[in-house]
Design a protein around this ligand. Structure first.
Ligand SMILES: *[C@@H]1O[C@H](CO)[C@@H](O)[C@H](O)[C@H]1NC(C)=O
Ligand SMILES: *[C@@H]1O[C@H](CO)[C@@H](O)[C@H](O)[C@H]1NC(C)=O
Length: 364
């Protein structure tokens, strides 16, 4: 789209050689066992300066707080990201287990989180995030099923479906969702991947080293006219253009972030009985479906460090910390715990979710 004014031959040349060819690198974190960097009712993107409606788990730079001015993040004294020059924050709603015996809630500990930095195949130049860019993906208010259990990331193909749950099981053939489920009483399987779907699965995720995981894609086209803070309007997913994913003219193509968050759901495997229809997990906003999960991001990257990786790193699953040139270096030990401005209750089992969020969704 960007190249509509070029001559036909130039367009042809560009479509043969995309500017980026789908490389990626996974960012890992030095998380304290079972914990994000900080947790609590904080969301400086959606609810700046005040307690947010529900609790989140947050990774990254230590200047996180109820209010975050993006450029200030770069002055964070530490980060638990392995890349020292990434002081960004990454967050998602917390996950809770509700006891089928007495209905009280216990927080499900974090196992670990990874963030894929995808440099998708595109005719655009992929640029580092501007400092302070705020991105939100997903809809915290959603309780109704999406159109599909599969992913739908192309805005020209209808409603975006960027949020999934993945449930690795020892028996890889096991149905994770009730067969034929339409999402009104339980989650829906991804037609292209039996292990994933929209909404929480109804079985224990007992794959080796792989408990329940949430997967969230973030949009990678930034509209500078909307600005860094206008999270509701400043981002869009790119549109397929042949093999390439391109942004609208005048927008900036930034890395495509994909969050994977593994939870220690195996801690609870003996606390509930599978019946093929129900499951015991609930998001911190009271959502029993899992449809409303969402991801937030504020960039605290040193721009040159990230641009060097975009242009020269295809470390893939080996990790961004294996990129050939890392300005500022790596830190494989800094857990960088951050004090919470609005901490969750310290008791193990609580009678109401933080913020007193009522339950909603299946069976309520
Ligand atoms: C509620 O049930 C859980 C187990 O599911 C148990 O550990 C906890 O002590 C119970 N709490 C009360 C108040 O009975
Ligand atoms: C890495 O983390 C350790 C432990 O917190 C800290 O002492 C050290 O200064 C850090 N190094 C860098 C390069 O940030």
């Amino acid at each position: 789209m960007k190249f509509t004014t070029l001559s036909f031959t130039s367009v042809l040349a560009i479509s043969v050689a995309a500017k980026h060819d789908g490389s990626f690198a996974v960012l890992r974190f030095n998380n304290e066992g079972g914990k994000f960097s900080t947790e609590g009712r904080m969301d400086p993107v959606v609810s700046p300066g005040t307690a947010s409606g529900h609790s989140h788990g947050i990774m990254g730079g230590s200047n996180f707080g109820l209010t975050v001015n993006g450029p200030d993040l770069l002055d964070s004294k530490c980060t638990n990201a392995l890349i020292v020059n990434d002081k960004s924050n990454y967050w998602v709603p917390n996950l809770w287990f509700q006891s089928p015996k007495n209905s009280t809630f216990k927080k499900v500990p974090l196992d670990y989180m990874s963030v894929y930095y995808k440099f998708d195949t595109t005719n655009d130049d992929i640029k580092a995030f501007p400092s302070g860019l705020k991105i939100v993906s997903g809809d915290a208010m959603k309780r109704t099923p999406p159109a599909t259990g599969g992913l739908q990331l192309d805005p020209s193909q209808g409603e975006i479906q960027a949020v999934q749950w993945t449930c690795p099981t020892a028996n890889t053939n096991e149905d994770r969702y009730p067969p034929g489920s339409d999402g009104t009483k339980a989650g829906m399987v991804d037609p292209n991947n039996k292990g994933s779907g929209a909404g929480f699965p109804v079985v224990n995720c007992d794959g080796v080293y792989s408990p329940l995981r949430q997967d969230i894609h973030l949009p990678s086209c930034y509209n500078p006219a909307a600005g860094l803070d206008d999270y509701a309007n400043n981002m869009a997913f790119p549109t397929a253009n042949g093999n390439a994913l391109d942004c609208p003219e005048g927008w900036t193509h930034v890395p495509h972030l994909f969050y994977e968050i593994y939870y220690s759901t195996t801690d609870f495997e003996n606390e509930w009985d599978e019946d093929g229809a129900h499951q015991p997990f609930v998001l911190s906003n009271g959502d029993r479906t899992g449809f409303s999960s969402h991801a937030d991001f504020i960039s605290g990257w040193d721009v040159d460090t990230l641009q060097t990786m975009i242009d020269g790193c295809n470390a893939g699953d080996a990790g961004m910390d294996k990129c050939p040139k890392i300005i500022g270096g790596i830190n494989t030990s800094d857990k960088c715990q951050i004090e919470s401005a609005v901490p969750d209750p310290s008791e193990d089992w609580i009678t109401a979710l933080p913020g007193n969020n009522p339950l909603a969704g299946w069976g309520v």
